[in-house]
Design a protein around this ligand. Sequence first.
Ligand code: 0A1
Ligand code: ZN
Length: 878
Amino acid sequence: MKDAQPRAIYLKDYQAPDYWIDTTDLTFDLFEDHALVTSVLGVRRNEDHGEDTPELTLVGIDLELVSVCVDDTELTPAQYIQGSESLTVPVASQAFSLTVVTRIRPQENTSLEGLYKSNGMFCTQCEAEGFRKITYYLDRPDVMSKFTTKVIADKGRYPVLLSNGNDIARGEFDGGRHWVTWEDPFKKPSYLFALVGGDLEVVEDTFTTMSGKEVALRIFTESHNIDKCDHAMVSLKKSMKWDEEVYGREYDLDIFMIVAVDHFNMGAMENKGLNIFNSSCVLASPDTATDASYQRVEAIVAHEYFHNWSGNRVTCRDWFQLSLKEGFTVFRDAEFSADMNSRGVKRIEDATVMKTAQFAEDAGPMAHPIRPQSFIEISNFYTLTVYEKGCEVVRMIQTIVGKDNFRKGSDLYFDRHDGEAATCEDFVKAMEDASGVDLSQFRNWYNQAGTPVITVTDHFNPSSRQYSLTIGQSCPATPGQDSKLPFHIPVAIALLDQKGQALPLNEVGETEQVLQVTAANETWTFDGLTEKPLPSILRNFSAPVRVNYDYRREDLVFLMKYDSDGYNRWDAGQRLATEVIQDLVKGLLKGEEAEIDSKLIEAFGVVLADEQLDKAVKTEMLRLPTEASLAEQAEEIHPLQICEARSRVRKAIAVAHKNQIQALYQTLEQKGDYSPEATEIAERTLRNTCLGYLSELEDDSQQQLAVDQYRSAGNMTDLRAAMSAVINSSYQSQETIDALLNDFLDRYKNDSVVMDSWFMMQSASPSLGTLEHVKSLLEHASFDSTSPNKLRALLGGFASGNMKQFHSGSGEGYEFLADWIITLDKQNPQTASRLMTPLTRWKKYEPVCREHMRKALERIKAVPDLSTDIYEVVTKSL
Ligand code: 0A1
Ligand code: ZN
């Protein structure tokens, strides 16, 4: 039995462990209905820590205890205490060996934490606290140990047996079983442990490191996917090279392995030397993966690889420090992606995630600082705040100390803490020591939740030719934090003259300046101006804050045309479109026929016609703010009106610029073989954006375009864009839609990753994805309710990606989701908990939705024996 009421744990209560585990020798005997785990631990008392404790308590969950030995003596049950989730043994010496044998049932483990089976393959997921489902242990990241792992299994079924480090011995037993022993020379916490056993094929390559060492690279998948590993391999080699060149970090083992598994709760996992990936984040071929998937594979391969230093060589002292490894590693992978692809577009994409989803998290009931002060269930804190805002915080440090100092700080951090479990404070201190820049006030970013707002006002005095900018900052209250201290915010600005030229801001003629905003309110003065300039504020999204400045709509149009900062140019368009759509929403609520402001339509025409504009940036500028973004910016969310208003604006743009869009679509005609190269991606994305607009037109020939593109598509990007255009259109016949869906199904029914997109396209379609249709898809032969990918595609696609259908009716969508959350909580609490997110925002919705959402949450809360995952989210939300 679990505790009646799950309890929070607090950062302030952190204490070093009473014991260390210097060595961990594991033997896994894998069978068809269970696994026997023998763990031999070299334990040593932590002498620095407090008074001698006469006993050692290890944690363990769902384990069948077989035997316990201290040194060479087996203990009787009377000599140890087995708690519901613990094992306590007596301690008589400073150092001893503890041998524990447990039986576990990987075949029955549906939580996908610990050791489990995915499509007949044994695999593990131990971050954050999964190792305790394998054996009794000090399952906390500050306990670092040298692991040796022997895996024994049937050779026919499981010819490949992997674990961390290097394989040092192998052999066979009578009766068809074989074994492999792996040794990891680096000390690591248990969360980085991994094991795989299966019938897998491998793609091999090598990489020669900067000191001339040859590393074997291996990617393992089920045989039918082996032809989809090339892109991941190329990405891995690029990542290894980039980390050497940009951070001076070399790989440290003789082998680096990646294994693709279908059943996985997250994207991927950085286990030392043996990364385990969700198949969807590693497999790619032109026929099965879109451009976006290609880029995602590249980014995630890089992310996990970069963790080898930022996470594994230097790990986290405790889980409150999660952003130490995640924020820094996301920053590293973002810079890598920017170097490999379009830097400008990457910045826009990342800012979009921040401004739609992370700002919403910061404004919701689960808001927490990048270093939380408490949690009930750590799995709930693998969030956009810890990852993406954590990345922005690291980026701000780079902006404040400068690029050269940032690299010096990173070198110092790795030097100082190699082989240690460190804290966020250690990272900031290294940056401070290397740069000499005082980051005292900057540390507030680690302690305070919520999105700061900067309010900018300006004044021009023609007689003194002085222009002043006043910046005030505030931050809304968040749970447990009513008032905040001012943040240190780097605000990059430029001043544009009437021709759109950025004015020099100092003697050396620099046209951009980073204002170090530290006070609640402060004024900067610029001299020698002949006219009132237009400020370009928060260039390149220099800080994760909201900006209040009273731009007139013509100013926004001006910035869209002239701002030399790609991000701000895009942002001006988004602001303008948001305002225009918000006007329509207001009109719809009053039952009035509001006009669409022609400035927006004209501005889009200018973007379309601009031949100098980089195609990738142009595409971003042609996208309207998403429904999620509009909801995030609304005071009160009226979902149906948001969908309606946005859709009207899209149509109006299509109608007004039909000829131009059509011409652009035609000039971008695809030729030759597919390549995931940036310029080609840009052309395809722009062309498919045009197709999306043209499909808004009630005109047979335009509707036929999408169908034709579907029939002639030479790659998955064009195929899916065409399919989405067809199923999202209100003018296509059901017959055509069904024909395409069936064709897609026929072609891809054996490809699980592609089938995820088949489910997602339907569940997220405003016209097709009705509740009834989603329910019918649950019965489909390709749906698998034990697969987090399928659940995310169908339930997540509906609840998070289909504002119109999820919020229509009188709460049936919410009840449906609640039913699933209750069912899944027993099976896979992590996935259940992630699916809750849309319901947690209930307080922001208009009264009818709000009330229905609240009821659905109450119903979940009333279920007995909720997991800690769901318990935490539901109690904090209500
Ligand atoms: N550390 C991984 C993410 C990850 C976290 C938790 C997991 O299971 C609960 C799985 C993966 C990363 O940042 O890539
Ligand atoms: Zn990570």
